[in-house]
Design a protein around this ligand. Sequence first.
Ligand code: MG
Length: 397
Amino acid sequence: MSSVRRVILLGSTGSIGVSTLEVIRHLNRDEQAFEIVGLAVARSADTLLEQAREFQVEHVSVCDESAAEGITDRTVFSGADAARRLVAEVARPGDLLVAAIVGAAGLEAVVEAIRIGCDIALANKETLVSGGELVMPLVKEHGVQLLPVDSEHSAIAQCLRSSRSIEEVRRLVITASGGPFRTWEPDRIRAARVDEALAHPTWTMGRKITIDSASLMNKGLEVIEAHWLFDLPADQIDVIVHPQSIVHSFVEYVDGSVIAQCGPPDMKTPIQYALTSPDRVEGCGPRLDWQQLTKLDFQQLDHDVFPSVRMALEVIRAGGTAGAIYNAANEVAVEAFLDERIDFGDIFELVATGLREIESRPVSCLEDVLEDDARTRRCIREVLRSRSSTSVSTMKG
Ligand code: MG
């Protein structure tokens, strides 16, 4: 890389954001390869300021307006669409946007960046799960690159480099760690506590995604994301449980060959690959310890205990706003679970309710996605309200 690549990092204080800065620090160690021109966070203004000073970033954004008031020595955007306005202000064609903020705010900012002509390193799942039908045509129209950051999709993208076209692919097999409840009995999973769900065996991540990993809803989101990224139908996408999280995914080809991408479970490797691909350079993450590696286990996913992936495949078949409905229902359910208002097992039921109650429709603009997202949230909150007023048996004590 001879010229300096300009980067806008959305979600710089989250788990992916912090790792991205670590990777950029590493890649800049000899000479500057990346220049950060914008940083966005939801509310952690103090940490944001430290980062902005270290990387000499003039433009920042904080969704929380009162938190933003503390920043006086640089240009700051605040409010619900702060990240999108930051992008509109600083992004130039050819920049790289690292999208690692959760929720609809991430989707709007990504759409803005694509329209400007930025490449996208995508860690925000909603962008494709909710907005895939809108985002993928935009990516084509503007000729930008969509580079997956999620370890499974990064793995698939790397495996796909051994083929000429997607027609050669028989199927994608996405690995799942199985989460902390992999070996639990169904009744015990239904009633699992918040601290139990937050104890992920192999990955250290934010609270929302850790719950999603325990429920395998994260795998469902990844299945939908893979459908959009690699343009394959539901019946060519499979999930297999692999507790060690060493194989990050497989691609099976029509000739019977299967290509896997492996590595230690550390996000710095896929983040760096998104920043430098198609090149590979010296990494800063841990390496696979071949002395410790004695076996790799694989199991079938029990779709009756964890219906998340089965629902995701239905979402792909339904198309339109079904992904937005699946995602929004899950977000509300996870919030309720983290607040100890529902049982763990209720998450699946609430997502199924969202998909049943809200009818999916084709996506013609961003508003279609945002409307059905909001409609689903209202529906699930209403279900939660009526449940809490009619029954105390579903509440955790
Ligand atoms: Mg993942």
